[in-house]
Design a protein around this ligand. Sequence first.
Ligand code: PLP
Length: 361
Amino acid sequence: ARVLNFSAGPAVMPEVVLRQAQEEMLDWRGTGACVAELSHRGAPFMALASEVEADVRNLLAVPESHAVLFLAGGATTLQALLPLNIAKQGQRADYLVTGHWAKVAMKQAAPAADVHVVASGEAGQFRSIPPRSEWQRSPDAAYFHVTANETIHGVELPDDIDAGTSAPLIADFSSNIASRPSDLSRYAMVYAGAQKNLGPSGITLAIIRKDLLERRGQPRADILTWASHAAQGSMLNTPPTWNWYLLGLCVRWMIEQGGTAEFARRNGEKSALVYAAIDDSEGFYRNDVVTSARSRMNIPFVLHDAALDAAFLAESQAAGLIGLKGHKAIGGMRASLYNAMPVDGVRVLVDFMHDFRKRHG
Ligand code: PLP
């Protein structure tokens, strides 16, 4: 039997996608080969690549002004390449620090930019998003980077932010891409490792406004240059073809399910169920993030007595619920509710939480 996977990533994928991949494994589209065995420059894969790009554009309503890139290296590599591609050497780069991943983004950029903290939630242990009135933007920044959802701290920007006009807005969408409709025209660039809402690890989606690709940036190799990848249809070198294929199946599935509006509805319902189980537990479970900043994707929580953690994990695992251990940086538990996690799966989790509390409360 398949487990219910609440892992933060790599994460659950739709069962129908995995079954389709299994069916097509030995003979994909009548080629007599697995897609992973075929040249990325051959007609069958080239056709797939353009279909997937069209589906990504459709699902995420990507404006014509933006290029869509399929890259290797994960979100972290893109964070390091960001200043090299779009900032001058030593130029200011603004960061809104909302949690662990915003700090990682800043650390990756630090060797190639003068990174500046616009505001930070760290003093409050990242339980809220610094209010806009406290943001100190630099007038001369090459860009302004935000993390749309903090996978570890469970803090999510409530909506697309209006960044004003002073610097291009760049957002890390790794853990909430496609979880709700988004106005991508507000962003100069968004990027996401695929291993949460888009399918497998090993491929990273970057959606970049074309004028940004014309920036000179800093000296770097061609392979580190997004404009070169864009000019070659993300085939400057051998791309992760298998991952591209699986990402394509996941994106098609999301379109067929009703697109981002439908996932916004489901994700609202799922997260409300879990937050209610926590908030109505009379202190047995606790999530300290302020309500307005609570993530719909990743819900960290602690048990009132940490001595119960091991029992919670062992019993949930025995009940077929995996991936609930919190990140080591903050401990406790975490339930990740990505698009492929069905509402009924979350009901099973919530029933388990109630039952566990009854037995151990
Ligand atoms: N950004 C966010 C919000 C993440 O959750 C993660 C990974 O979990 C990363 C960046 C790093 O992504 P990658 O492992 O693809 O480099």
